[in-house]
Design a protein around this ligand. Structure first.
Ligand SMILES: NC(=O)c1ccc[n+]([C@@H]2O[C@H](COP(=O)([O-])OP(=O)(O)OC[C@H]3O[C@@H](n4cnc5c(N)ncnc54)[C@H](O)[C@@H]3O)[C@@H](O)[C@H]2O)c1
Length: 337
């Protein structure tokens, strides 16, 4: 019997990447496919020539097959039910972001995972890119001194259709989680407070708020600001956002393929503008990128019986940034996290 006997919950667009990953691993076997729409599970079954059964309910699947790992690639609103059902059946869960649709649900899921003694880790694929690793190293290389102010601009015009168009806060809940998690990763600091204004700009094709401005205070004393829109037509940023981290001695930029810093040559220099020198980022990270990189880490952690980097106890800190921002937008007040 293979070490990982997997039930795939949710057979939509993103699930294909997860199934392709699982099929590459010699130590995994997909034992069931689940989707509330049976035709979606059957379509997946046909596409990858899988012989496993299909189900329309995870609980039914877990009663009928011998599984120890659930991959949760359902819509955000279903993550709570999927995770709790999986833990009750003694399975570990590797799931898509966002962890849940409310902070209370995320905390209940975390508690359930701990009570069941199971691992719950969340996909944060944007941590697993050579540029972000190079940028984080540059920010902490000492070349820009101590980071004190970070900004991220995220401007994309994305016409998805589907669940995002109907969400109340598609940008903050479905996308900003990536950028917020990136900020924690880049600064190596956790959020302390947030002030947020959320809105739906003219011309938006989303029902909910597709744009937001947020100010976070971080545990290292730095401030992180976020400007984002998912209905920004023209002059788009990359999906990883456009970053500037300002330190006590310089600034570091990550803007698509450009990653570099400028730091003062001589901190003692007396001048209106001090002389600076440019430093390029070093791309030293050798892991795979994106989903496959994050999944490599998750599976390796399960094999080594340790917490994955994106385990729920860490990821809930990024979720607090999301739900704190939503609460601030709702109340018009700064929220402590
Ligand atoms: N990490 C990333 O870059 C990234 C990118 C896109 C989507 N996602 C995330 O992946 C998840 C899925 O997104 P998608 O684009 O594949 O959506 P999708 O709508 O294409 O697929 C979701 C599937 O889940 C099924 N489903 C819903 N409730 C279910 C339940 N209770 N049990 C079983 N199946 C259920 C739906 O029928 C649908 O087939 C979301 O959480 C989304 O935020 C992440």
């Amino acid at each position: 019997m293979k070490p990982f006997r997997i039930v795939v919950a949710g057979c939509g667009g993103m699930a294909q990447t997860w199934v392709e990953y699982a099929l590459q691993r010699p130590d995994t076997e997909i034992v069931a496919l689940v989707d509330v729409f049976p035709q979606s599970a059957r379509k997946m079954q046909e596409k990858y020539s899988l012989s496993c059964p299909t189900f329309s309910s995870l609980a039914d699947a877990l009663q009928q097959v011998d599984a120890n790992l659930v991959l949760d690639i359902t819509i955000p609103d279903a993550h709570f039910e999927v995770a709790l059902t999986a833990f009750a059946a003694g399975c570990d869960v590797l799931g898509e972001k966002p962890m849940a649709s409310s902070l209370q649900d995320a905390q209940t899921m975390l508690d359930a995972a701990q009570q069941a003694g199971r691992t719950y880790a969340i996909m944060q694929n944007r941590r697993y890119l050579k540029p972000i690793r190079a940028y984080r190293d540059l920010v902490h290389s000492g070349k820009i001194g101590t980071p004190g102010f970070a900004t991220a601009n995220f401007f994309i015009g994305a016409h998805f259709g589907g669940f995002r168009d109907a969400m109340e806060s598609p940008l903050i809940l479905d996308m900003a989680i990536h950028t917020f998690d990136q900020a924690r990763f880049i600064l190596q600091a956790d959020p302390v407070s947030v002030y947020c204004q959320e809105f739906n700009p003219k011309g938006s094709w989303y029902q909910g708020n597709a744009a937001a401005v947020c100010i976070f205070e971080m545990s290292d004393g730095s401030v992180f600001t976020y400007n984002g829109s998912w209905c920004a037509e023209g002059v788009q940023t990359s999906w990883e956002a456009q970053w500037r981290v300002m330190g006590s001695l310089g600034s570091a930029i990550w803007d698509g393929p450009q990653i570099y810093a400028e730091g003062v040559k001589d901190p003692e220099q007396q001048a209106f503008h001090r002389d600076v020198e440019r430093m390029e980022a070093k791309f030293t990270w050798e892991g795979r990128e994106g989903h496959f990189g994050c999944l490599d880490e998750m599976f390796q952690a399960l094999l080594e019986n340790r917490d994955p980097e994106t385990v729920c106890t860490d990821n809930i800190k990024s979720m607090k940034m999301v739900f704190g921002a939503l609460e601030s937008a709702r109340t018009g007040r700064k929220v402590l996290l």
